[in-house]
Design a binder for this molecule. Structure first.
Ligand code: ATP
Ligand code: MN
Ligand code: MN
Length: 299
């Protein structure tokens, strides 16, 4: 008989012209979020996501058998449709091939390889050495209450407001929030990283009991680490609308500042996104903001 037997799994499907093998595979550890659902998710969000993820050097988190076993990958031997290679000279002078997304198909080609998370550089390949965004990643100490993390986000915004810098907010899909500042492509990586560090230090100096700019774990006790290190050349942070490879399929999702008190860092999940896409885009002005960091916070 067939009772109790699993329905026969399909070999492959096609999404946006890209072949997705093993579409019925459960990617999320018993949550029955399949590879097909992941592919359809990325197809659904692509219009919102593509401006932030395409033309940017990638580090992908692949989980070919689901979230139980994942790995980051920056260099790929084989790439699929919509993925492009770029040769980059590293600090030590070595030249290495990296990968970026050239079109929406690239997102799905990555999904076909088991990718769940997309991590990006803060610059685009046409002007690699000049970032167009700065990411402040607020990393709360173990067990910190979310209201304290929200206070950190507001304090971060205060510092940026005082510098007349417009900033945008997203959940990380994990434990914290990310405050992202679009910038003109006039300052190079070193300047941007130094500036991000100065901002983190300003937080620490003004509220030393609440924030640290020191990445060492033992300095973080009870505090939020203002992770400015995301802003160095070759560092990455998770892309807007990327899924996370964590239980329940949370998303790193752009939110309005007014939503900060209503939305926790890992609240919005894959299956919540369709509803959010019907509403206004919280980051619709992101690339309309023109602002520079030159002359800001100089010693
Ligand atoms: P959370 O809110 O839980 O902190 P997060 O995405 O901010 O979520 P972090 O640990 O603060 O997570 O940030 C780590 C970031 O560093 C990742 O998002 C990723 O972009 C980058 N990263 C960490 N390890 C690697 C790695 N081995 N290869 C590439 N990128 C990495
Ligand atoms: Mn973080
Ligand atoms: Mn971090």
């Amino acid at each position: 008989g067939t009772r109790g037997n699993k329905k026969k799994e399909r070999e492959s499907i096609t999404v946006k012209g890209i072949r997705i093998s093993s579409p019925d595979k459960d990617m999320y550890d018993g949550d029955q979020i399949t590879k097909e659902e992941v592919a359809r998710y990325y197809h659904l969000v692509s219009e919102r996501m593509i401006p932030y993820v395409s033309e940017r050097v990638l580090s992908i988190m692949r989980c070919p058998d689901g979230i139980g076993e994942c790995f980051y990958q920056k260099h790929l031997d084989q790439i699929g449709k919509g993925l492009e290679k770029i040769e980059i000279t590293e600090k030590d002078g070595d030249r290495e091939d990296y990968v970026y997304i050239g079109s929406e198909e690239g997102v799905l080609s990555a999904v076909q390889m088991g990718t769940l998370e997309f991590h990006i550089w803060g610059s685009t390949v046409d002007k690699l050495e000049f970032p167009d965004m700065i990411v402040f990643d607020l990393d709360p100490a173990e067990g910190m209450k979310v209201d304290k993390v929200r206070e950190g986000v507001r304090d971060m915004k205060k510092i940026l407001d005082e510098l007349s810098l417009t900033s945008f907010l997203k959940t990380s899909g994990g434990k914290g929030y990310h405050v992202v500042v679009p910038v003109n492509r006039t300052a190079d990586w070193d300047r941007v990283r130094d500036f991000a560090k100065l901002c983190a230090q300003a937080m620490e100096e003004r509220w030393p009991e609440k924030y640290t700019s020191n990445m060492r774990k033992e300095k973080r006790k009870g505090k939020i680490f203002i992770d400015w290190v995301r802003n160095g050349r070759s560092a990455t942070s998770v892309a807007p609308y990327s899924l996370r490879a964590r239980k329940g399929a949370p998303v790193s999702v752009p939110i309005f500042w007014e939503e900060l008190d209503e939305i926790t860092p890992n609240q919005i999940k894959l299956r919540d996104i369709e509803e959010r896409l019907e509403k206004e885009d919280p980051w619709k002005d992101f690339f309309k903001v023109h602002q520079g960091i030159r002359g800001q916070m100089d010693e």
